[in-house]
Design a protein around this ligand. Structure first.
Ligand code: AMP
Length: 135
């Protein structure tokens, strides 16, 4: 059975997409730790990130690097932190989290909630920076 992330990639479930190429899809985490919290997912469905092929993992990290630069452009922050957990959704993904301080990365923190319009505006801002950086 397809994972929820495969359904998102296929467009069967809505998401706030920020970037995509032939191998990877990036969208806003629906329960964000901070504004701009984004997930990077390989289109090929693999549960554990360290089961990806070497070239696939390398390409995913490069995609995440480019996206982190776009996130930081859209939402100025000290750094974009990266985390891999994967205990909830069995489809490999990287969390990219714009942080001002270490505790912004704590997954036990209360999650933020945004309206549809706010999520859409956040996604649009990151997407715009992603497109600008590609020029
Ligand atoms: P984990 O597998 O522990 O890395 O956590 C999965 C992450 O996916 C959590 O941060 C969830 O908020 C996020 N998530 C789960 N379902 C969705 C969805 N439909 N759209 C966006 N993010 C989601």
């Amino acid at each position: 059975m397809a994972t929820i992330f495969s359904k998102i990639i296929a467009g069967e479930i809505p998401s706030y997409k920020v970037a995509e190429d032939d191998k990877f899809y990036a969208f806003l985490d629906i329960n964000p730790l901070v504004k701009g919290h984004t997930l990077v997912v390989p289109k090929r469905e693999v549960d554990y990130i360290f089961d990806l092929e070497d070239d696939e993992l390398a390409a995913m990290q490069i995609f995440a690097k480019k996206l982190a630069l776009a996130i930081q452009k859209a939402f100025p922050c000290k750094k974009v932190g990266q985390a891999v957990i994967g205990l909830e959704v069995p489809h490999a993904h990287i969390h990219l989290i714009p942080i001002q301080k270490e505790s912004d990365m704590l997954f036990s923190n209360p999650k933020l909630s945004f309206s549809n319009e706010e999520f859409a505006a956040i996604a649009a801002a990151i997407h715009k920076a992603w497109e600008e950086n590609a020029d």
